[in-house]
Design a protein around this ligand. Structure first.
Ligand SMILES: [Zn+2]
Length: 297
């Protein structure tokens, strides 16, 4: 992502936060997570660090996790960038944005080495007419989806257009034929996931129809995310089970344990194998009287 893309992503993120649209928030955050190599300058200049930092306490577990993960990654990025920066600061004006492609201080596009400069394929470069409906919003969306699908394929432009039209039709049907916010949020989400550089498999599967337009239109953000992302999510979910509000292993209430805080003996607990199989189970306890939580193994 270049600094302009980052700025626009930040603006969209702030909008999504305001309208409490967590699906869009997660989409944008995932893009920021994979597409941004953070530097101190970038975080200060865009105030992106602040926005993401705050999201660590947003009232949604998935958003928290994603924000924490981004902060962690960016901290690593920044500390990695430091020695380089010291060598490169010779007279550079920190306040002015560095030109595209200039080393430190510029957000670096991942995997950009393999791409020919300016060679990105779009409906415009393919000379494809995306005015396929009489609705401007829909035509714009078809164009966006086309550009995402065309990113790294040499598939025929008629096929890419066909899939884009199918996706538009499915999403529109799902939104009861209405191009309101449901349709637009969904198309935006699909566009962002489809053009995600770390998720070439999704694009390919949609083009080959391994994932039909209908199925795509119904996939949630976890299903849309790249395999790497899914693995990370699964790991995080495992690690954070204790704090998660969602699905937990079945709990039992016992008077075997005494709460250290309120000294009552009404404790719900569940056990889980958190480390290797030959080690004892970890027991997670929660006092049903005062909410105190602890674990032991
Ligand atoms: Zn208690």
């Amino acid at each position: 992502m270049d600094s302009e893309e980052i700025r626009s992503a930040k603006a969209s993120l702030e909008k999504a936060i305001q309208s409490r649209n967590t699906e869009t928030m997660l989409d944008i955050m995932n893009r920021l997570r994979t597409g941004v190599v953070a530097t101190e300058e970038l975080l200060k200049e865009t105030r992106l660090g602040l926005v993401i930092g705050k999201l660590r306490s947003y009232p949604n577990e998935k958003v928290n996790e994603c924000a924490r993960e981004i902060v962690k990654k960016w901290k690593t990025d920044v500390s990695r960038g430091r020695p380089l920066k010291a060598a490169a600061t010779g007279g550079a004006n920190a306040a002015s944005p560095a030109p595209k492609g200039a080393g430190v201080g510029t957000p670096v596009q991942k995997q950009s080495q393999n791409q020919s400069v300016g060679g990105q394929r779009t409906f415009k470069t393919d000379k494809v007419d995306v005015n396929v409906t009489d609705d401007k919003i829909r035509n714009n969306c078809v164009g966006l989806i086309y550009n995402a699908l065309a990113l790294d394929t040499d598939a025929d432009s008629s096929l890419i257009l066909k899939r884009s039209i199918e996706i538009d039709a499915q999403v529109l049907a799902r939104a009861s034929g209405n191009t309101g916010s449901e349709y637009r949020n969904r198309m935006r989400s699909l566009y962002m996931n489809l053009k995600d550089k770390s998720n070439p498999k999704l694009r390919a599967s949609v083009l080959s129809e391994d994932i039909s337009a209908q199925r795509l239109s119904n996939m949630n953000s976890a299903e849309l995310a790249s395999e790497d992302r899914r693995k990370e999510d699964a790991k995080l979910e495992q690690e954070n089970l204790f704090h998660a509000q969602g699905a937990k292993p079945q709990k039992a209430i016992t008077d075997l344990f005494t709460c250290g805080k309120c000294k009552q003996k009404k404790v719900s607990y569940y056990q889980m194998q958190t480390r290797s199989a030959d080690e004892p189970m970890t027991t997670f306890c929660e006092c049903v009287v005062c909410g105190n939580r602890w674990k032991f193994s």
